[in-house]
Ligand binder design. Structure first.
Ligand SMILES: [Zn+2]
Length: 248
């Protein structure tokens, strides 16, 4: 858990520093449910209530764009298999954020948790290393925010968002809102998401390749990129293995 929150003035300064250095920060955003673009960040800084500094992760040899492509392909393919096909998958730089997958959120929490964690799962399968962001400050903040009623109107943006959304879905399953319990569920679903993504890795890799080429895939282009790969059978088999009936 990070220790210090920053004042609004310091937050504004951090926003500018971030833009120069690209160092990761978690901004806790008080506002409507969208992620502001970088050109909105400076004016929005006054509305940041707290900013947490996150240590830089070790550099890997995998280029950022390639990682982002696999991350978004992971979200997109798993969503298509157990939730809903994405209507847009993109790694176009959108200010603060490299990549996003847009899909509707209607499925059961057990599926949505996995969809939110599939990006990190794909990154791990690509790099062989589990993201530090799955246990570090981002997860701690997400849990604190999701379980503290006075913080319920806030949401983290940029780094920490996937974790926060996953934690929110875990709470919807009716688990006791205690940190250790949430972390246990988080790890359990991460493993299932990873096994699911692994089972359809050729499809994930194919979508990532298409993203690296085109930067953005609308629904039709996404299905074209999948080629002939079956994304349903293997994922459903994994869901069954873990006792999650994928079709209800
Ligand atoms: Zn993501």
């Amino acid at each position: 858990m990070p220790t210090s929150g920053y004042s609004k003035a310091r937050a504004a300064e951090c926003v500018q520093t971030r833009e120069r250095s690209q160092k990761p920060f978690i901004f806790i955003w008080k506002g409507p449910g969208y992620v502001p673009r970088s050109d909105q960040l400076n004016s929005a800084a006054a509305r940041f209530v707290q900013v947490f500094r996150v240590p830089m992760s070790k550099r890997t040899s995998i280029p950022k764009r390639q990682k982002a492509a696999h991350h978004e392909a992971g979200h997109a393919v798993l969503s298509a298999a157990i939730n809903d096909a994405p209507y847009l998958v993109s790694i176009r730089r959108d200010g603060t954020k490299l990549g996003r997958a847009c899909y509707r959120f209607e499925a059961r929490p057990q599926r949505l948790i996995q969809v939110h964690l599939a990006g990190f799962a794909a990154e791990e399968l690509l790099s062989g290393r589990r993201s530090r962001r799955l246990r570090g400050p981002e997860l701690g903040i997400s849990i604190t925010m999701a379980t503290t009623p006075s913080l319920a109107h806030l949401q983290p943006m940029v780094e920490g968002r996937d974790q926060f959304l996953a934690v929110q879905e875990i709470l919807k399953m009716g688990v006791e809102p205690r940190s250790e319990i949430i972390r246990t569920e988080f790890d359990r679903f991460y493993e299932i998401a990873k096994a699911s993504v692994q089972s359809v890795w050729p499809a994930v890799a194919a979508v990532a390749r298409a993203l690296l080429k085109e930067s953005e895939l609308a629904s039709n282009a996404f299905f074209t990129a999948l080629g002939g790969h079956d994304i349903y059978g293997p994922v459903l088999a994994v869901q069954d293995t873990y006792g999650l009936r994928a079709r209800t």
